[in-house]
Design a protein around this ligand. Sequence first.
Ligand code: XMP
Length: 515
Amino acid sequence: MHGAERPVVVLDFGAQYSKLIARRVREARAFSLIVPYSISPDELKALDPAGVILSGGPASVLAPDAPMPDPAIFDLGIPILGICYGCQLLAHQLGGRVEPCGKREYGVAHLEHRDSRGFFQGVAEFTQVWMSHGDAVAALPEEFETIGSTENCPHAAIAAPARRFYGVQFHPEVVHTPQGDRILSNFVHTVCGCAGDWTMGSFLEAATEEIRQKVGEGRVLLGLSGGVDSSVAAVLIHRAIGDRLTCVFVNNGLLRKGEPERVQQVFRDNFQINLRYVDAEDRFLERLAGISDPEAKRKAIGNLFIEIFDEEAQSVGEIDFLAQGTLYPDVVESVSATGGPSVTIKSHHNVGGLPEKMNLALLEPLRELFKDEVRALGAELGLPEDIVWRHPFPGPGLGVRCVGAVTKERLDTLREADAIYIEEIRRAGLYREIWQALVCLLPVRSVGVQGDERTYEEVCSLRAVTSEDAMTADWYRFSPDVLQRVASRICNEVKGINRVLYDVTSKPPGTIEWE
Ligand code: XMP
């Protein structure tokens, strides 16, 4: 689903940076895909790549079980860029030699290059690069020459220009290589010959056409949460097939203030999407009565959501596809460096179990996009800014922010506090800087004084974090006056709260949500 542009394919050797490489390629306006390193030459050829990038990785090419691509990929006539481990693979598999460095090199180095017209065009002859490696190229394969060195790494950049093969020991994809974007752009445009016309506009046209082709005369059902991903998916699919899309929006009573109204206004009134609004607040409250354990809450909310969605689907009638706002980072399974399953920290609520249960084909029109690209697409489709830039919100909603028992009264209290917090963050112009901001209502009472009255009410905790991908997060450093305004407004305006805390825990060790 990428229009006319041929992809640059990243072969993943378990690098933490593979997704970053793919993103940088897209920032250079070329389409990119990530595939496991073990892809067969035929499968690779079928993708019709404009170029291939061999990623870094934690292994050593000298180890007996080192991950290696099928050497036949070197005979396909496709331009190749090897990064770090990928560079060593080029040397190792094409007849050169790789040796351990003795001492692992990690951090900033200075590259001196001698190729100002091709691969390093426009890059200062002496430039900072980022290194992280234990092995290095010691002898070049035939046809290769060295085009850049650093003090500790004589073959920091190698090339066989006639074959359009390049290798760099450093990481051009990270910000610590300030001219790395220029280097990747040179590879993508000058070496691979990509036109650089991968834009959201071209994606939108290609995606619309692809949805039409795939769905034909069929009907599509989408669970709309009001979050960025399902919202963009809804508007995109609607653009392609109009009224043959039905969206289901379940108000589980765990949403933020004004959210159900806003979703109906945007999707039904503005976009004229066929929207079924299900008011299930009472059913969720009933199901949650007496449950305070976080996992039990998550299960109860997730199961009831599936039950309700299933009921709605039945009443819609004939459906052929279930649409989901799945994104590229969810699709790409990085090659695990250590192997083995990861531990479940929280059972995430999503509609993952639905397609099998309902026996429907899946439609995932965003599965090739990164989050920032989905936002750009949303803007292109005319979605309002408050939806395009919305902070992530968990499926179980305020249910996991109402720490302890979930009751209507506590939810209403939390909703009011949350609305004030977000309003003040917007007012201070900080909303986009912050990955996510949330209030948790704690099952703790404290004594306070208001006017001449003694109060004995609950405590809430504010949390705001910065993050790249929610895997790690740092707490946001507000200026004290913003916190002061929020605290004072919550205590004065929200009945039921008389004390406000600010959460200064990073992730790890804390998760972003409390439950
Ligand atoms: P944690 O709390 O695990 O959250 O650090 C990481 C990110 O995921 C969001 N989150 C969820 N998103 N369904 C979702 O779609 C869920 O069940 C869920 N639980 C947490 C959380 O808000 C944060 O952005």
